[in-house]
Design a protein around this ligand. Structure first.
Ligand code: SF4
Length: 386
């Protein structure tokens, strides 16, 4: 049986759809939805508050009650990559414990956490929460998986950058046990230099430490990262529905759909999870990765069926990808054989021109002129005689 964790839009009719799907399939089910509140006293999660539905504790309570009556669980995301060091202050601990008690009263029994310090804080409440590590814990090998297991977490979501590293996946599965989850419709570049910093920025959102400039900075660079080379669309960390059997074959049966932020752009979680339950999908893979939401104008057309066989070398040789593309070129050669490279080049060019022109950070940097910078007197003599 394959189990899916799906982003929540907090609508009862969507839960009805999942209940219908769960009756329809005998080898896969929507196990739970996940999300967080965005109204009232909000603690940070892995998404911007402004990009999610307006939900308070009461909405959460009613939603969880409705879901559990239909056999669908809920996982609360409390997964910032930093907490402004609040967890190390008496006031911070008090506020967080109050929040956790309210979550428990609302029916939450499962929480996704990133920070080890926050994990200890949750455990210290004595409330019966099952704790799951976030993909932001960057679990990429057996040793780190073991460390979290020893900490008492119930389930781990591995770092998506190892989605094609079958050696790492197998060894993690072996030491941790069956509750290992991977994100399937992942759109991040495997080696994205911005990723953790992007999440650090998001983690400051409830404390109003974000701005249009910071959001624009990472969103633009995220798109540019996806398009940094013609073949980079292959190097995003996705798992196609057709390739799920390679993962179930090594004992991984928990799969997560990402895309909480896609709902406000027309995202459709039911259609997305259905493709994975069907284990087949006809269309542009990029649409599936974006949960069919209108998230970017610069989307390459990656006919999913033309990707048949792409992942095979990764499975057959579990050390196949050495992350040294200039010497390997497997992905580029695969892409050139099966896809219209000129079309991808055109989209890359348009993205670079448009996103370069409307880059708020570059404008901010240019707005502070050299002559405006206060030159402080210093005793340092920079004219070293070497
Ligand atoms: S090293 Fe080879 S297989 Fe790995 S991402 Fe680069 S081109 Fe693809």
């Amino acid at each position: 049986m394959n189990y899916y964790s799906v982003p929540s839009d907090f609508k009862k009719e969507t839960i009805d759809e999942y209940e219908r799907l769960n009756r329809q399939y005998d080898d896969g089910m929507v196990l739970e939805t996940y999300g967080s509140i965005t109204r009232g006293k909000v603690l940070a999660s892995g998404r911007l508050v402004r990009q999610m539905q307006k939900i308070d504790f009461l909405d959460l309570y009613e939603y969880i009650k409705y879901s559990s009556a239909r056999g669908i669980g809920f996982n609360y995301t409390l997964n910032p990559t930093h907490f402004q060091n609040r967890e190390f202050t008496e006031d911070g601990v008090r506020v967080t414990k109050e929040h956790l008690h309210k979550l428990f009263e609302a029916g939450v029994r499962s929480i996704t956490v990133t920070l080890p310090s926050l994990t200890e804080l949750v455990q210290s409440t004595g409330l019966d929460f099952k704790i799951r590590t976030s993909c932001l814990c960057q679990i990429r090998n057996a040793n780190r998986a073991t460390a979290y297991k020893n900490m008492g977490v119930d389930k781990i979501v591995v770092d998506e950058s190892i989605n094609r590293d079958f050696y790492a996946l197998k060894s993690i599965r072996k030491v941790f046990g069956e509750k290992v989850e991977i994100i399937v419709n992942q759109i991040c570049d495997q080696n994205c230099m911005y990723r953790m910093f992007h999440y650090n920025m998001i983690s400051g959102d409830p404390d109003r430490l974000t701005s249009q400039v910071s959001i624009n900075y990472y969103e633009h660079r995220c798109v540019l990262q996806q398009l940094k080379t013609i073949d980079n669309c292959l190097k995003l960390c996705w798992v196609r529905p057709e390739d799920l059997h390679y993962y179930t074959g090594i004992g991984i049966n928990y799969f997560k759909i990402q895309g909480r932020h896609a709902f406000i752009q027309g995202g459709d979680a039911v259609k997305t999870v259905k493709a994975y339950l069907d284990k087949t999908y006809e269309g542009n893979l990029m649409d599936l990765l974006m949960m069919f939401g209108d998230l970017t104008k610069f989307k390459v057309n990656l006919d999913n069926k033309k990707l048949d066989g792409y992942i095979k070398p990764f499975v057959e040789n579990d050390r196949f990808c050495r992350h040294n593309c200039s010497e390997c070129r497997y992905c580029e050669n695969f892409l050139r054989k099966r896809f219209d490279v000129a079309e991808i080049e055109g989209i890359r060019r348009m993205a670079a021109e448009f996103l370069g022109e409307y880059d708020q950070y570059k404008k901010l940097l240019a707005s502070v002129k050299k002559e405006e910078i206060q030159q402080l007197p210093t005793d340092i003599n920079a004219d070293f005689d070497l």
